[in-house]
Design a protein around this ligand. Structure first.
Ligand code: DAH
Length: 339
């Protein structure tokens, strides 16, 4: 009996020494001290031991159990500490590693051009205002002197929502809305999205952007319009830029003009950019039609004004020498990253 106990104890202690993790230690505990364990089996067989030897054997079993339990506990602490140290090593953070950089977004070239443009006009005292993209026929056409059967309505192939409501085909309706409010004088700039039933190609899109300007005050003449746009062209496209006014027709202005600037690529000599002419068209403008003033509740004998409409994409493409408008809408970051 004594030898058997010694053997169990020695074997258990040796196994404990070899155990590499907590699971192994647990297994040993069950195998030796558990309900069906070796040492428990010895205790169960006490009934076969002679009564006078029982206290001695009992004591020996207890000693063996205590020794094994103590050893188990020691080893468990050791293993736990070791595992923890290993884990800490694995989890060390190298504070000298360079940080990960987040990819930063870019302002869209259209937005850059718009902000440049707004800066120029804000500098001249204009206020930036907004108008709705879903608009009434009344503001988009009627109050701008484009009545129901006017041919201009066909030119601006319109997306209708119903008979009276449409997606605005131009930013000019903002003019009518501002004039109708009647806070005179007026000096506003309004940029935004417009819609036309156009097929997509290098110079057309069913949705693009315009920037509208409107000035209403006493004693405003065509000279004010010319001076304003000449100044804008210089600030936006460069000091040497010159402007040329070509007679044109818009229903809501009289007289009306289209404005060309000297090609900023060749300075007016003629190149691919300006198709050899030395001039590039950038906007439409004119003196606000007296009938438009009247319809919007302004007395044309007392107040006059001018207006202009700039195609934002057109200006952006020119400024950055981009040859296909579709690039502006694809939002390919490899393209946008360049601005
Ligand atoms: N709305 C015109 C267009 O879409 C552009 C325009 C021309 C606006 C003359 C104006 C203007 O304010 O006076 O073609």
């Amino acid at each position: 009996m004594k030898e058997k106990l010694e053997a169990i104890k020695a074997e258990a202690l040796a196994k404990i020494n070899e155990a590499k993790d907590l699971d192994a230690l647990n297994e040993i505990k069950v195998a030796v001290l558990g309900k069906k364990g070796e040492l428990t089996a010895v205790l169960k067989s006490m009934k076969d031991v002679a009564p006078e030897e029982r206290p001695m054997v009992g004591q020996m079993v207890n000693e063996a159990r205590e020794a094994i339990e103590q050893k188990l506990e020691e080893e468990r602490t050791k293993v736990a500490r070791m595992l923890r140290t290993e884990k800490m090593k694995r989890e060390t953070i190298d504070v000298t590693l360079p940080g990960k950089k987040n990819i930063r977004g870019h302002r869209h070239p259209n937005q850059i051009a718009l902000e440049d443009l707004e800066r120029v006009f804000i500098g001249m005292g204009y206020e930036v205002v907004e108008g709705p993209e879903v608009e009434y026929d009344k503001y988009n056409f009627e109050l701008l002197n484009i009545p129901a059967n006017h041919p201009a309505k066909d030119e601006q192939d319109t997306f209708y929502i119903n008979k009276e409501i449409l997606l605005r085909t131009q930013t000019s309706p903002v003019q009518a809305r501002i004039m109708e409010k009647g806070n005179l004088p007026i000096r506003i700039l309004s940029a935004g999205r417009v819609f036309r039933a156009d097929e997509v190609d290098a110079t057309h899109s069913p949705s693009f952007h315009q920037v509208e300007g409107l000035v209403i005050d006493k004693n405003i003449t065509m000279a004010d319009l010319k001076g304003t746009l000449a100044q804008f062209a210089k600030e936006f496209f460069g000091e040497k830029t010159q402007v040329k006014f070509r007679p044109h027709h818009f229903p809501f202005t009289e007289p009306s003009a289209e404005v060309d600037i000297t090609c900023f690529k060749c300075g007016g000599k003629g190149c691919r950019m300006c198709k050899g002419s030395g001039w590039i068209e950038i906007l439409g403008c004119g003196m606000v039609h007296p009938h438009v003033l009247e319809m919007c509740g302004i007395d044309p004998n007392e107040y006059q004004g001018f207006a202009f409409g700039i195609g934002l994409e057109r200006v952006t493409l020119l400024k950055y020498e981009i040859d296909d408008m579709r690039l502006l809408y694809e939002n390919d970051v490899r393209f946008l990253n360049q601005f």
